[in-house]
Design a protein around this ligand. Sequence first.
Ligand code: 5GP
Ligand code: MG
Ligand code: MG
Length: 189
Amino acid sequence: MPKSDNINRIIDHKLFSEDDIHNMCVRLGKQLTQDYAGKKPLVVGALKGAIFFLTDLTRQMDVDEEMDFLDVSSYGNSMKSSGTVKLISDMATDVKGRDVLIVEDVVDTGLTLKFMKDLIGGRGAKSVKCCALLNKEVNRTVDVDVDYYGSKVGNEFVVGYGLDFMNYFRNIPYVGVLKPEIIKEFNNK
Ligand code: 5GP
Ligand code: MG
Ligand code: MG
């Protein structure tokens, strides 16, 4: 875990504490346990942002779940969606006939989620749903359902708990907003 004086240098303000996040995982885990009772869902984590959320969420899900990962990118190193989604690394599991639950860090424009839902649906999954930690609904440009989410979030760039800025800061244990000077510092490197 990074030292707190280092985190204070990076984060302007905290949006969701470790307790807030834990409570979201417990609530969502209960709901998913009910909704997937008697099923054997395939949980698909969207790399790399969703890994922290996926490990905490699945440990709150009392169902026989299988896990796989997909790496899809629309941001590159930028803070804005490029508008085109690329499949960086595919999963190994055959999704045909499976109940698939995509786990995402944040759904912003919705392009990435739509791409993943279409890809998995197109391969013959029985059902494709998404559980996202955060739902940036105000920025949505495509019509896609975020079936489950921890919290809505406004139009601000957040980091921590898996969410990165230029691939940094994923290991900050909570979700917060970056200081503007950190954005400048890294952009000038
Ligand atoms: P979308 O395709 O919905 O526009 O973007 C989805 C992806 O963009 C997310 O999975 C996430 O990786 C990245 N993203 C969107 N908003 C944020 C944000 O506020 N902070 C970070 N770190 N990544 C974001
Ligand atoms: Mg993501
Ligand atoms: Mg990212």
